[in-house]
Write a protein that binds this ligand. Structure first.
Ligand code: PGA
Length: 238
């Protein structure tokens, strides 16, 4: 069993004042909780990161801070982009790579996903590689092949020394923000498949998370029966 990991992806929600409020509340909730066996990460919008890390550091909140995306470039004429080194300066330690919303809405191809993942881990940050199929792909029973191809595109040839920095999140697109959670059986089948493919790419003990309408009610069953190492939570993390 890998050490459990729960990541809250705030997406494009909460301005920096609201973000400070939420992280302070989280700090209160987490005080005196036995957190030594679980890793917690919050992933605010870029503009909130500085404020959130300030609270995390000054109030010693037991979690780490991530970013929702990063540029493949380190600096230069890339209007609107944020580099990994800029994130590192803000004590960001995790980056989501290839979230389905970025793939679908911002033309993030498998190739860019692979480049981004390498850019993140080469600077020593942890990458959460997001994979998952659309509903039509699952209905055509191509979900495993689809996810296999995404994993190969992102991870093939990744230098051995960076592999411990990779986490995989299985997020079926049809379950994200829809209230439709994948069944524990679907999650177990796919996470087992992902572990097999990851092992064939020499990522034997990679953590595999599930994301897609996770909440306080369905989380326990997804861990116990779905055999995941944790969650990437969107809506419920707010
Ligand atoms: P959701 O989002 O929990 O709101 O479905 C999950 C995600 O996109 O990471």
């Amino acid at each position: 069993m890998n050490r459990p990991l729960v990541i809250g992806n705030w997406k494009m929600n909460l301005d920096y004042v609201e973000a400070v409020h939420l992280i302070q509340q989280l700090g209160v909730v987490l005080k005196n909780k036995p957190l030594e066996h679980v890793d917690l990460v919050v992933v605010p919008p870029f503009v909130d990161i500085r404020s959130v890390t300030s609270v995390v550091e000054s109030e010693r909140v037991a979690l780490e801070v991530g970013a929702q995306h990063a540029s493949v470039h380190d600096a230069g004429a890339h209007t609107g982009e944020v580099s990994v080194s800029m994130l590192q300066r803000l004590n960001v330690t995790w980056v989501l790579v290839g979230h389905s919303e970025r793939r679908a809405m911002y033309a993030m191809t498998d190739e860019v996903v692979a480049q981004t993942l390498r850019t993140v881990v080469r600077q020593g940050l942890r990458a959460v590689l997001c994979v998952g199929e659309e509903l039509s792909v699952r209905e055509a029973q191509n979900d495993r092949d689809f996810v296999t191809a995404q994993l190969h595109a992102a991870l093939e040839g990744l230098d051995e020394k960076w592999r411990p920095l990779v986490t995989i999140a299985y997020e079926p697109v049809w379950a994200i923000g829809t209230g439709l959670t994948a069944s524990t059986e679907q999650v177990r089948e796919m996470t087992e498949h992902i572990r097999t493919v990851a092992a064939s790419l020499s990522l034997g003990d990679v953590r595999v998370l599930y994301g897609g309408s996770v909440n306080a009610e369905n989380a326990a069953a997804l861990v116990n029966e779905g055999h995941v190492d944790g969650f990437l939570v969107g809506g419920a993390s707010l």
